[in-house]
Write a protein that binds this ligand. Sequence first.
Ligand code: NAG
Ligand code: NAG
Ligand code: NAG
Ligand code: NAG
Ligand code: NAG
Length: 488
Amino acid sequence: MSISSSSFPSFPRTIVSYTVTTSLFVVIFLCSVFLFTRRTLEPSLSPYHTDIPLPASDPRPSTPLLPPIEHHDAANVTVETNPKEEGDSRGDDVAVETELKAVEDSRMEKNKLGEEKGSSSGEVSVESNDESVDQAVIEKMRGCDLYRGSWIKDDDEYPLYQPGSCPYVDEAFDCQRNGRRDSDYLNWRWKPDGCDLPRFNATDFLVKLRGKKLMLVGDSMNRNQFESMLCVLREGLSDKSRMHEVHGHNITKGRGYFSFNFEDYNCTVDFVRSHFLVREGVRANAQGNTNPTLSIDRIDKTNARWKRADILVFNTGHWWVHGKTARGKNYYKEGDYIYPKFDATEAYRRSLKTWAKWIDANVNPKKQLVFYRGYSSAHFRGGEWDSGGSCNGEVEPVKKGSILDSYPLKMKIVEEAIKEMQVPVVLLNVTKLTNFRKDGHPSIYGKINTEGKKVSTRRQDCSHWCLPGVPDVWNHLIYASLLLQAHS
Ligand SMILES: *[C@@H]1O[C@H](CO)[C@@H](O)[C@H](O)[C@H]1NC(C)=O
Ligand SMILES: *[C@@H]1O[C@H](CO)[C@@H](O)[C@H](O)[C@H]1NC(C)=O
Ligand SMILES: *[C@@H]1O[C@H](CO)[C@@H](O)[C@H](O)[C@H]1NC(C)=O
Ligand SMILES: *[C@@H]1O[C@H](CO)[C@@H](O)[C@H](O)[C@H]1NC(C)=O
Ligand SMILES: *[C@@H]1O[C@H](CO)[C@@H](O)[C@H](O)[C@H]1NC(C)=O
């Protein structure tokens, strides 16, 4: 992955005109396909997107901009072999009333950010034609499945930041500081089979984000990724003190909203907690107690914030388990009706449709870019997350076995939902690459061994990831996707 100074302007004329002719041909071809099928073009056609800014209100479905999505034989369905999941074992629950405060905060911030250039005026296309990344590497990524590949030991490029060096890693993910001794897990980089990821360049990533708001929305797995994002971008700052949480908050699992400003780049990176993406609520029972409900036909209350982002990264999944959804009893709600009993998988499917509808109605694909980060695998041995399952002592990735082929039903539901959307969504299809990484979880190192705390009953965390670690690679993949955008 060498860095070359070659760039578009120096390409021979013949290549340029060849490219133009080819593109024209392809565009015409695609238009006719589009007219015939009357369907939204699927993301595999993305590289040929022409980036013509449209008025904000233009309802036309856009041509997707994104890397190809593979269409596998629908008959070849691998059912989740190991559906062990954990929610956030550390009680991420929020009181509803904090939402009210949050809306206030957001209004204040909106005024502030409204003055910034870029975030309100431009299209989503990130700065292109940069000379910092080898064009050949980017061209080779086109048509390459970035998510099929293997982990390569590379202590030159990885870790992207030194363990213990980043103040935004919260205790739960700070494995080295919490006493984890082995360090091989820090040095793996992801290598797609058919191409290379461009070398991670934090400064360049920040340049691509200039004037924009990047927002991660989801559960604690997304907070995990958010903290990683702050840390990998921080490496691009020459003065590392020039990033701040806009309201001065430290990252804790108790808060559901953070917004970090990178002052030198006029960009912000936010996290908005939303476990289900649809609306959590409560109902009062006859005894006057309240029980939680989930309105699967209504978008989550935090959606007002989502609209303000230029780049969105969603996830949900780990909370869709029996234990966290009242065993499906008197929990799922549509309209005013609370189902006495309802199937979690069907609820998940309907909720993703609710989410998809919201995206189609509220996101302008000319200005905004939407990612959905796929399910992140857990690795519990000998039990579930709440019944003594463990993953400590794992010091290297899985090399073979059925877990590598496990692709959860939830992911198939996500793919289904995305396919029917008008707004193109980039699926960060990380499930498989996480399948390998049984060595990447905090296990017993999700906490400092402090005096006074009972250690014996401690649950192991085999769901989240140590930082530095696996989520850095997810963010590397976002960087790679942005480069593809910029050059399409
Ligand atoms: C189904 O998938 C498995 C594993 O991915 C593969 O080995 C097999 O050839 C596939 N079968 C078909 C019919 O595509
Ligand atoms: C990283 O990106 C910056 C900004 O685009 C560029 O100036 C720099 O040369 C790049 N660094 C490397 C090592 O490629
Ligand atoms: C955030 O953490 C730092 C260092 O741990 C501490 O000095 C500071 O008071 C904390 N700020 C808030 C608002 O809690
Ligand atoms: C950030 O924006 C402010 C005003 O909005 C401007 O003065 C400043 O030059 C910008 N900084 C960068 C690095 O673009
Ligand atoms: C995502 O990756 C899995 C393999 O882990 C593959 O079966 C699936 O087709 C991929 N989905 C997309 C949309 O590329």
